[in-house]
Ligand binder design. Structure first.
Ligand SMILES: Cc1cc2nc3c(=O)[nH]c(=O)nc-3n(C[C@H](O)[C@H](O)[C@H](O)COP(=O)(O)O)c2cc1C
Length: 217
């Protein structure tokens, strides 16, 4: 434990160099700026820039969070996919308020999106499901995500059977599979700085208009 704490003290963060960010020269809506930052992340070699943390609220009003893949984005919002029968799916049914957090350490950038999630139509969810690989579809069709697994052999055996089913019925769609769209009410762009003068730019929706404000680091 002591060794770990020594190690923790020795670790550096936000060393840079980072790309320049000029908050005076930005698009009028956060979706566009997100796209710019996302492209910069890819060009800079950020590993898995489409991994993000989805935070939800559980039935006791406590926060819960896990990493998911950003499946798509457009001028309306950010999209992710999961089983609607999963823990997060049940939480979203009770409380659609969510946040999405991206951190791209290589470029010292964080994006925080706060908003509401909505299930998109059946057709798009089915399309997303059929685009998954065979194993991904088989796992989803088992419908057991986050349930207690008494023995890992059960997973192996059930998966082998389910993959065979997927192979012989490639058009089968998991009725619980769902594509969700997050519509933002606030989006914060955070550019780290090695001198700790981090730039924070908040877009917040007010009367159907995006207001832009700088925040203290
Ligand atoms: C990099 C990464 C990507 C993931 N992508 C997804 C995803 O797109 N959809 C999903 O349901 N789970 C994904 N997971 C698994 C989730 O983090 C989580 O374990 C799972 O969805 C169960 O969450 P829940 O119990 O809160 O419902 C991913 C995990 C990692 C580490």
């Amino acid at each position: 434990m002591e060794d770990t704490n020594k190690l923790l003290k020795s670790l550096k963060s936000l060393e840079g160099p980072f790309p320049k960010f000029d908050p005076a020269n930005i698009p009028s809506n956060p979706n566009e700026l997100f796209q710019e930052w996302f492209h910069t992340a890819i060009k800079s070699g950020v590993h898995e820039p489409h991994s993000m943390t989805l935070s939800t609220i559980n039935r006791f009003g406590h926060p819960d969070a896990r990493v998911l893949i950003l499946k798509a984005m457009d001028e309306d919002g950010w999209y992710f996919a999961s089983g609607s029968n999963s823990v997060k799916g049940q939480q979203l049914k009770m409380n659609p308020n969510v946040s999405l957090t991206f951190y791209w350490s290589l470029i010292g950038r964080q994006v925080r999106i706060r908003g509401t999630s909505l299930r998109v139509g059946k057709e798009l969810s089915e399309k997303d499901f059929l685009e998954r690989g065979e194993v991904g579809r088989a796992i989803a069709l088992l419908g057991k995500q986050s349930k207690v697994l008494p023995d890992s052999k059960i997973l192996e055996e059930s998966l082998i059977k389910q993959i065979e089913q997927v192979k012989s019925n490639p058009d089968t769609v998991d009725p619980h599979w769902c594509l969700y769209k997050v519509t933002a009410s606030e989006v914060e762009f955070w550019q780290g700085d090695r001198e700790r003068k981090h730039i924070r730019l908040l877009y917040r929706m007010e009367n159907d208009k995006w207001i832009k404000e700088l925040l203290w680091p």
